[in-house]
Design a protein around this ligand. Structure first.
Ligand code: C5P
Length: 238
């Protein structure tokens, strides 16, 4: 399958990661950023709120949802799960590229309008962590292998640390590049090992930035949000 070209006019997006334990807290954050439409919902929140509320947010609040469930199972199971997620109206979702070419192809074949990006190497892992799970070679070697799988399967792109963006663009120039692990210079990396600033990520070609704790753990989240907006004014779709 040939890779999907990046949709024309795609401008970098900021996805606020709603890594919170319940709907009340998530909706409080939505009220903090009332102009914002793009939210990432991960396992922590989705397992608590379930699909009905998510669908309601999409339909009634008109939110664009990136549902980050990092699917990894046999091809048939993943394909059927993709069909279900698509019915909810989810815009973007993730599968693990390490599930292999057949799993990725089955997922892509099941998707009509939803974009699927492949998780490459988690931003919380480094070379030593890969060795510990029996993967030979560096993070960069593993990224190249996994990017080739995603590209061959016709996915929209990959989730990748900002530091390794050039590795992906070299082998897959049209990939949608979703970058978590975004920090300001003064922020703690927390459990992430390969963080970058928003500026760095954008200059290296990121198409989507995922920001969680930098906003949600900030003393003044509104101020940080506006910093992001100002930084990216003119090129960012909020
Ligand atoms: O709080 P922080 O900005 O580090 O959040 C990063 C978000 O991106 C989390 O929701 C995490 O699940 C997600 N993510 C990641 N690394 C990946 C894929 C997704 O950190 N490779």
């Amino acid at each position: 399958m040939s890779p999907k070209p990046l949709s024309k006019g795609h401008r970098p997006r900021l996805w606020i990661a709603l890594d919170v334990p319940d709907a009340v807290t998530a909706e409080q954050w939505m009220r903090t950023f009332p102009e914002h439409r793009h939210y990432k919902v991960g396992m922590e929140l989705f397992y608590q709120i379930g699909p009905q509320l998510l669908r309601q947010w999409i339909e009634e609040k008109e939110l664009a949802i990136f549902l980050d469930l990092k699917l990894h199972d046999i091809p048939r199971t993943v394909a059927h799960s993709i069909t279900g997620l698509e019915r909810l109206g989810v815009r973007l979702t993730t599968i693990h590229l390490s599930g292999g070419t057949k799993m990725c192809e089955a997922a892509q074949a099941a998707s009509r309008t939803m974009d699927i990006v492949g998780v490459s190497v988690l931003t919380s892992l480094d070379d030593g962590d890969l060795t510990a799970v029996g993967i030979n070679g560096s993070v960069v070697d593993q990224l190249q292998r996994l990017a080739a799988i995603g590209r061959q399967a016709g996915l929209s792109g990959v989730v990748v640390s900002g530091r390794e963006l050039p590795v992906i663009t070299a082998v897959w120039p049209q990939a949608r590049l979703v970058v978590p692990g975004i920090r300001r210079r003064e922020d703690s990396p927390h459990d992430q090992k390969r963080v970058v600033t928003a500026n760095q990520a954008l200059s290296w070609g990121a198409t989507d930035l995922v920001v969680g704790r930098t906003l949600l753990h900030a003393e003044n989240p509104r101020e940080i949000y506006e910093e992001f907006a100002a930084l990216l004014q003119g090129e960012m779709l909020l």
